[in-house]
Structures are given as C-alpha cells and as structure tokens.
Ligand binder design. Structure first.
Ligand SMILES: [Zn+2]
Length: 165
C-alpha cells in the first residue's frame, strides 16, 4: 500500500486509483500500413521493467482523471507525478533502478545465480510422469502423419491458398 499524489486532488491512498499500464505508447499514425507483428507489438508488448517505469494512473474513486506516474516497480516509490500530455521527466540518477542493483530486465535469473540473462539456461518444467528428457532442438519428423496434438504453425498460408484456388 502506498500513497499517490493525484495532481487534481492531492495525496490519496493507492486503493483509490487504477493503474492503466505503461505510459507514452503512441498509437501508430497509419495502423493499416503495419504488419500483423508490428500491430501486435503495439497492442501487447510492454517493457515491464524491475525499476523505474512510467505509468498511466486514474483516480477511479476520486476525480476520475488520468495522469502519469514515474514509479519504481521494485519498491513502489513514486518519483514523479505529471499530467497527461506532459513529457516524461528525466529521472537518471535519482534512484537506483532496483534495491539490489540488478539489471531491470531478467534480474530474476541473477537472483537464482544463473548468470546473465543471455547466458541463463531456460528452465524446463516437467509434468509428473513425463519423461525427464528436456526439450531441445526439434528432431526431424520421420513419420508423414502429423501428431494429433500438433497445431499448424500459422493459419495464414492455408487461408491464402483457399482464397486463391
Ligand atoms: Zn483525483
């Protein structure tokens, strides 16, 4: 629990607010010109850092107005509150990005002692009763029949074939 300084009402309990996710994500000017991957990046991909993040918040149980907050996601310390449309304040050097100084992305790997995020080996979860062999490089298929559980890699090529023939 922490306090947020609403720029319109003053300091209030965090329970009065709703977080709207990462701030400063501009809508592409011509969405129709984007590829599906670019559009998916715009819609779904977010930074999700452990450290300073710029977020949109709404005072849901108060003035119901939106504003921006710079918050350290590791400590919930709020470093800046500013109105919509204002540029993000530069916060370099104001606060350590994380309490222990680990990098903002992939720091969970360091906490487990697995080295840098790039060098960390992926953890393989196994189901009880499943063979202990980890999934590695895919083997070439010897059987012509696809497995019953196999899903097609992409629906698009099949659809295109249907429409052209
Ligand atoms: Zn308010």
């Amino acid at each position: 629990m922490f306090l947020i300084d609403c720029p319109f009402c003053g300091s209030r309990d965090q329970r009065e607010f709703s977080c709207g996710g990462e701030a400063h994500i501009a809508r592409p000017p011509r969405p129709a010109s984007l590829s599906d991957d670019e559009w998916a990046d715009y819609l779904f991909m977010r930074k999700n850092p452990k450290g300073v993040q710029y977020e949109r918040w709404m005072h849901a149980h108060g003035c119901r107005r939106w504003f921006n907050v710079a918050r350290n996601t590791a400590t919930d310390r709020i470093l800046a509150v500013y109105r919509m449309g204002e540029p993000a304040p530069a916060l370099d050097g104001q606060a350590p990005p994380t309490p222990c100084g680990e990098p903002a992305v992939g720091s969970g790997n360091l906490a487990l002692g697995q080295g840098t995020p790039a060098a960390a080996k992926p953890r393989v979860a196994t189901r009880p009763g499943a063979p202990a062999k980890p999934k590695s490089a895919p083997k070439p298929r010897t059987s012509a029949k696809p497995r019953a559980t196999a899903r097609p890699k992409s629906k698009r090529p099949a659809k295109a074939e249907e429409t052209t023939s």
